[in-house]
Design a protein around this ligand. Sequence first.
Ligand SMILES: [Ca+2]
Ligand SMILES: [Ca+2]
Length: 206
Amino acid sequence: MSRRKLSKFSSRFYGSLSAACILWLGASTSSSQIFLHDEAVSGDLSDEFDVPDVFALPSGSSFLRMNLSSTDVDLFTVLLPVGQQLDSLIVRDYHSVLGNISFLGLQVGDQLSAPPSSNFADPIDYVIFGDWAIAEDILPLMVQTNPALELPLTNRSIAFWGNETGAASSFVLEFRTSTSPVPEPSSVGLLGLSVALSIVRRRRKG
Ligand SMILES: [Ca+2]
Ligand SMILES: [Ca+2]
């Protein structure tokens, strides 16, 4: 990454960190929600695949509102803190003309591996969705054909790509994270530790 792009990336990252700390008083069911970004308030998300907006996900629920049109793409990356996992991605709102569908893709990494275009050749996990997805977790649909990705996702950074396939749309995504369970020591590992300790004891006695 060039110094210019690194500077823009850092600027977007630290700006997003500040935004993530803002409590947005929403009109929906909960009294307060953490909005990573609200395009209706804070403007359009990045159109540049190599300089996506970057958001550090807090533990629990956080929200992001996207507005898309046929001339807009929205590119952003979410960062999972160490020890956290992304459990679900729920559509909390969807507004467009009847029957419209939108596109949301993801790739593991800091950014997409290529610019979004009709010639995008790299594998990408995605979902085509509309108002039928309100209150649905779309993460399983996005990764269902990728055997390399198992839910919950524990990858440190995940790049997202929003695109419109027809009329303009607006929707809210809810990211749900939780603490990853600490893996229990395997029986093989415990056996190895036991053997190592007994060797140390024998040497000390000798
Ligand atoms: Ca947008
Ligand atoms: Ca955009």
